[in-house]
Design a protein around this ligand. Sequence first.
Ligand code: PEP
Ligand code: MN
Length: 335
Amino acid sequence: MIVSVKKGTDEAQIQNLIEWLKSLGLDIHRSDGQYDTILGLVGDTSHVDMDLISGLNIVSNVARISEPYKNANRKFHPDDTVIDVCGYKIGGGNFQFIAGPCSVESPEQICSIARDIKAAGANLLRGGAFKPRTSPYAFQGMRDEGLKLLETAKKETGTPIVTEIMDLSHLPLFENVDVIQVGARNMQNFELLKELGKTDKPILLKRGLAATMEELLMSAEYIMAGGNSKVMLCERGIRTFEHYTRNTMDISAIALLKEKTHLPIIADPSHAAGMARMVRPLALAAVAAGADGIMIEVHNDPAHALCDGPQALRPEEFARVVKEANAIREIMTKF
Ligand code: PEP
Ligand code: MN
């Protein structure tokens, strides 16, 4: 349920209303928007008397929210959420490129790619240390050592780091990580999501291989219900009947999620296509659809990459995508 409080209402009256609603056993999510102050009621609202609240002279509107996600719902929080990662903002008109290899492989590899992606215009460095691989015989990542190498690259270039957590027990190792990624395969690892809800780190939550948009939003809700509202959603392609591409990039999800939620939406065209030559067109389409950022896999030697080489862009190819994406953004804000 949402309660819209009239513009210009005395703060003391708003506080009284909040206290009374809390006394009914509800959590209150407050959003001071451009027009009204919106109070989102989270919890069992079945016993709340809507007519009683509507009758208050400071209230302009009361409505029930049919969607099962509350904190993530744009109706609760009409303005875009802006997430600040070490001074780099994402959301609410702020756009960022996140780039780097699928996995951290060596100090030379990660530091050289970090320098290249930064020079090309990316402010955030990605790189997997713990890798979710389909085969147990495939490279599993450099694990703790990989996290340390990401920190070294950050020290050298100043780029905040984005890396995937695969298991709850690894959380203490992620203290110096700037954005914790939850991979597609863990989107519904609810115990992990609950624990991340207790941290204050920005979370990049990737859409599951066969997850609906509502399921993705419900996973974000798990993190937010725990108290962490710094969640970014990532469209990375879903599994369909199509097999010419690794996954099917759901461009409509980008535009639709922007309506449903105030959280920033990041697009990952690399995992969607699975082919380097498809990354550029999909990245540009994602920008045009309204994404708040793009995450692209970049490798200095794709042919010898230990993971996801076929979909990795070379630094110079990435630099071109950045230029074109920025040009599209410019056109979009012009008219
Ligand atoms: C990745 O970002 O390298 C990754 C494994 O992504 P996903 O979880 O989307 O497959
Ligand atoms: Mn990858």
